[in-house]
Design a protein around this ligand. Structure first.
Ligand SMILES: [Fe+2]
Length: 425
């Protein structure tokens, strides 16, 4: 787990539109309480702001087992703070409802039994109002803890709080991706917010940048927050390779489709082709052919596919097939990170997560922490692929160059796209 800190870079909170920026600070211990109280309020408010456009009916729906209802995200992030911060550290804290641990524990085996993930949409009680009351109860507890914690307690309290806030930001992104998946099942193609605008890539470069071959260091180093899976920093050897400055656009994806990308088995990994046949994929997720014009369901509703936008909602299998069709490759996560550190990537953050061809594995020397919070990342290090960067649904400031996102190869309900690399002859 990351070290306790009162010198962390805090988070900008955004939904891809307006942005509220907090600043990094090096806080003296007495200032730390005020600083973290403000940070806590900002992150908690952002969750509610993201949930606000959704009705109670919207907030209860679960469209597949990978996705969760908004109401569950609001409650689970609250349970996380209650379970790991308030119960162990706030003397006299009264648990809001003893039954909620069973309902809102996600996967922490050490924290006790839990309700089945695929059935989260069946939980109509507690209702949204009750979850709001749960959030207010825990908010008051955290604020009281920040006011009253002993100086000797404070470092550990802030360490857990910082994990809790970063955890909540991850669920803020899921609130948006999960509701978009739910809306995509609705023939009326609802919009989350009519004024939502998907950001357009800034890069106009078709160019590739050469990476310096040889030994490089990747992984998190220095001050500030990181998740445990970003370390230890370690050396890695790069072959001669050039990396695309820009993201793959819808225009390029339409070329791939026009040249039989989804109907040519030789372009696909075996598991990928099996998925194409099983799922009937012939375009990225949420694309619909309306009278010969491709449209995509976005958070702003159903829109004609814009050729200049970055392609999104593609799985690892599709990204890999596209790279093969293009005569190139997906980057490894080390190639991506070295390039990002050297400022060679346009639109690395804020548009789409980018698939790498690296399996999600522990870095050399990685050990998960003891206890329930040690289950956060380490136990998922098999069968998934790493994505780097960040999307327009990621709370701004949440992600960083060493950040490792990970999903299963068929997943495409996240804002996932790609860029390519080319190996030098
Ligand atoms: Fe969680």
């Amino acid at each position: 787990m990351p070290p306790a800190t009162s010198s962390s870079v805090l988070h900008r909170v955004s939904d891809g539109g307006d942005t509220t920026t907090t600043t990094s600070q090096t806080a003296a211990p007495n200032d730390a309480r005020t600083f973290w109280c403000a940070a806590f309020s900002r992150v908690r408010a952002e969750t509610e702001r993201r949930a606000a456009p959704l009705s109670a009916e919207d907030q209860g729906v679960q469209s597949m087992s990978d996705a969760s209802p908004t109401k569950w995200h609001r409650a689970h992030t609250t349970w996380f703070l209650e379970q790991f911060l308030l119960v162990p550290h706030l003397a006299g804290y009264r648990v809001f409802d003893e039954r909620f641990s069973y309902l809102f524990n996600s996967y922490y085996v050490a924290a006790g039994p839990r309700y089945g993930r695929p059935q989260r949409g069946l939980i109509t009680r507690p209702d949204s109002e009750c979850v709001t009351a749960f959030r207010a109860h825990v908010d008051a507890g955290v604020e009281r803890l920040l006011r009253t914690a002993q100086e000797t307690q404070l470092a550990e309290v802030l360490r857990i709080l910082e994990i809790g806030l970063n955890h909540e930001q991850q669920h803020q992104e899921l609130i948006l991706t999960d509701i978009l998946h739910a809306f995509a099942q609705n023939p009326l193609a609802p919009s989350y917010r009519d004024d939502w605008r998907t950001p357009r890539p800034q890069s106009s470069s078709d160019g590739f940048a050469e990476l310096p071959t040889g030994i490089h260091t990747i992984g998190f180093e220095g001050n500030g927050y990181c998740f445990d899976n970003e370390g230890p920093a370690h050396q890695t050897l790069l072959q001669p390779v050039r990396i695309a400055r820009s993201l793959i656009t819808n225009a390029r994806w339409l070329e791939f489709m026009a040249e039989g990308g989804y109907t040519t088995p030789s372009l696909w990994l075996s598991d990928g082709w099996t998925t194409v046949e099983k799922e009937g994929w012939n375009a990225p997720g949420y694309w619909r052919d309306l009278d010969g014009v491709w449209h995509s369901l976005t958070l702003g509703g159903l829109k004609p596919v814009d050729p200049d936008d970055a392609v999104t909602h593609v799985s690892y299998y599709e990204a890999d097939a596209f790279a093969r069709w293009a005569g190139k490759h997906l980057p490894t996560e080390a190639e991506w990170e070295v390039a990002a550190r050297q400022n060679l990537l346009d639109d690395a953050f804020g548009i789409v997560w980018q698939w790498t061809r690296s399996a999600y594995l522990p870095y050399p020397g990685y050990r998960a922490a003891e206890g329930a919070l040690g289950e956060y990342n380490g136990k998922f290090m098999v069968n998934q692929m790493v994505l780097r960067g960040g999307s327009h649904a990621t709370p701004a400031g949440h992600t960083r160059i060493s950040y490792r996102n990970f999903f299963y190869p068929p997943a495409r309900w996240q804002f996932s796209g790609l860029r390519l690399v080319d190996y030098c002859e």
